[in-house]
Ligand binder design. Structure first.
Ligand code: NOJ
Length: 535
């Protein structure tokens, strides 16, 4: 039985449009390319797709630099293509989430172009954060952009504007009511075209306070906020306790207004998920209070080690915190901003962890290509396009590795993705990981995902809470088994490098790798694997 509303226990497939499928041979994925492959997505067994931005954009930050939020960039098609995609998805029973980017516009947006022309003190500049330089000509404060380099860029008349990301992404001033009015127009526009909800980019960033204050460690803070920068967890945690530009109370007022807008569509069950990596984690629950948004991403699994204590803490905390506001958690192992999970923790481990989280309450997000077990693409520096690579002079390699296009079929790269030269090269070593090869291999990652998602739908989509059966608080020997029971299903993960015997009743439903043998009346779970049993 499917739970209601649809998004409560959904599986949502994230598509990065530029990397999915190229229908016109220009080397970049596009909307018709997605539409023509939606059956593949439906057959995976997911409930919805989330599309990263496809709006008019100079593409300085993979489309998260939006120049017209109510139109489609020609590299992806046009509005009619967007409509066709949405309609086809609905025909196939898939919901569609669009990505909305309210923290900033592109510097090519007409508002910013007008602000440049209008000059200091103008109404046009008041839509952004423009300030005069300090008396010595330096920027108004010492903040470092999340992509490296100063958070401020100077314009011709000497004023500076704030950009938490690239200099081509001026931050919007949400104290100005014109900004919310324009975003509400955009939300209506896409809902009226047929989308079922939104992923809200930098949802915790819109309201700024103390824009003129310096930070004691701006460089450390900028690194701590990046999912692709490795950092000692304690150091990261302490830096993230106070981020002057994120998670201010004012953002919640915005989401209360948006919730009324979503709810005005009644039984269309429009939903929104916040990209809000906030600290301490309890703060995330504020975004999913009953009158705010529906979900908030839990980013902790994107950085968590494959370690029983760490995983237990992240999962248990997320379930319990969300419960305090009557919300369900979300789970994501990969996205377009983080290293792919197979590269980060290993491919066996990635399969095991996917199976482990598919049984949990709440919604699961799957980043396209994750189902194939893809690692990060190997790229030369000359291939890289991520602004953070350029803004840090190559010190941070950036996120392109996770964005390498999907290998579909055939023996030779680019494996059917495009008839042209792909915007990022696909390694020939991916020849055994194409959709075609994995579809014909019962042991493939793709088969595991399909199988597990079907079992999740059948047995777990409305089964309530979990009960931990092996965890650091149940006599667990360091880092071996982690397990829980939910309804009739027992989920057991062996994190060690040796097979482990365990007491578990019931019939095996699925295992992420190898086979489960019996020994002395116990089940033997293969090394680095996860299994589901039904009693
Ligand atoms: C988060 C998005 O996921 C990322 O790709 C983007 O660069 C930043 N927000 C800025 O929009």
């Amino acid at each position: 039985m499917k739970s209601s509303p649809w998004w409560k226990e959904a599986t949502i497939y994230q598509i990065y449009p530029r990397s999915f499928f190229d229908s016109n041979g220009d080397g970049e994925g596009d909307l018709p390319g997605i539409t023509s492959n939606l059956e593949y997505v439906q057959q995976l067994g997911v409930d919805a797709i989330w599309l990263s931005p496809f709006y008019t954009s100079p593409n300085k930050d993979g489309g998260y630099d939006v120049a017209d939020p109510r139109d489609v960039d020609p590299r992806f098609g046009d509005l009619e293509d967007a409509k066709k995609l949405i309609d086809r998805a609905h025909q196939l029973g898939l919901r569609v989430l669009a990505d909305i980017v309210p923290n900033h516009f592109s510097d090519q947006h007409i508002w910013f172009q007008a602000a440049l022309k209008a000059g200091r003190g103008s109404a046009e500049r008041a839509r952004f954060h423009f300030y005069d330089a300090n008396s010595d000509g330096t920027p108004p404060n010492n903040w470092i952009s999340l992509f490296g380099g100063p958070s401020w860029t100077q314009v011709e008349d000497g004023q500076y504007y704030l950009h938490l990301f690239d200099s081509s992404q001026p931050d919007l001033n949400w104290d100005n009511p014109e900004v919310n009015a324009d975003f509400e127009k955009t939300l209506h526009f896409w809902i009226d075209l047929g989308v079922d909800g939104f992923r809200i980019d930098v949802a915790h960033g819109l309201v700024k306070e103390d824009v003129l204050k310096n930070h004691p460690d701006p460089q450390g803070l900028s690194n701590a906020l990046r999912l692709d920068v490795d950092m000692d967890p304690e150091k990261r945690n302490s830096l993230l306790q106070s981020v002057p530009y994120f998670d201010r109370q004012g953002v919640h007022e915005i989401y209360r207004k948006w919730r009324l807008l979503f709810d005005s569509y009644g039984d269309r069950e429009i939903m929104a998920v916040a990209e809000a990596w906030v600290h301490p984690p309890v703060n995330a629950t504020r975004y999913v209070r009953p009158d705010e948004l529906h979900q908030v991403f839990n980013f902790d699994l994107l950085t968590a080690d494959f370690d029983a204590s760490v995983l237990y803490d992240v999962i248990d905390r997320s379930i319990n915190l969300n419960a305090t506001v009557n919300a369900l958690p979300t789970w994501a192992l990969s996205n377009h901003d983080s290293p792919r999970v197979a590269s980060r923790i290993g491919s066996d481990q990635a399969r095991a962890l996917a199976l482990f989280v598919f049984g949990l309450p709440g919604s699961t997000y799957i980043f396209a290509g994750q189902e194939l077990g893809l690692p990060d693409g190997e790229l030369a520096d000359s291939d890289r396009q991520d602004p953070s690579f350029f803004r840090t002079n190559g010190e941070i390699k950036g996120r392109d590795g996770a964005r390498v296009p999907i290998p579909w079929n055939g023996e030779i790269a680019p494996f059917g993705f495009s008839t042209g030269k792909p915007w990022l090269p696909i390694s020939q070593s991916w020849s055994e990981m194409t959709v075609e090869k994995e579809s014909n291999d019962a042991k493939s990652s793709l088969h595991l995902y399909k199988n597990a998602l079907a079992l999740r739908r059948e047995h777990l989509s409305s089964q309530g809470e979990i009960e931990w059966t092996e965890s650091p608080h149940h006599g667990l020997k360091s880092n071996e088994l982690l397990s829980y029971k939910r309804g009739a299903i027992s989920v057991i993960m062996n994190l060690s490098n040796e097979p482990q015997e365990c007491d578990v009743a019931g019939k095996l439903l699925v295992v992420s790798a190898g086979t489960v043998d019996a020994h002395n009346g116990k089940k033997v779970i293969p090394a680095r694997s996860c299994a589901w049993f039904i009693s």
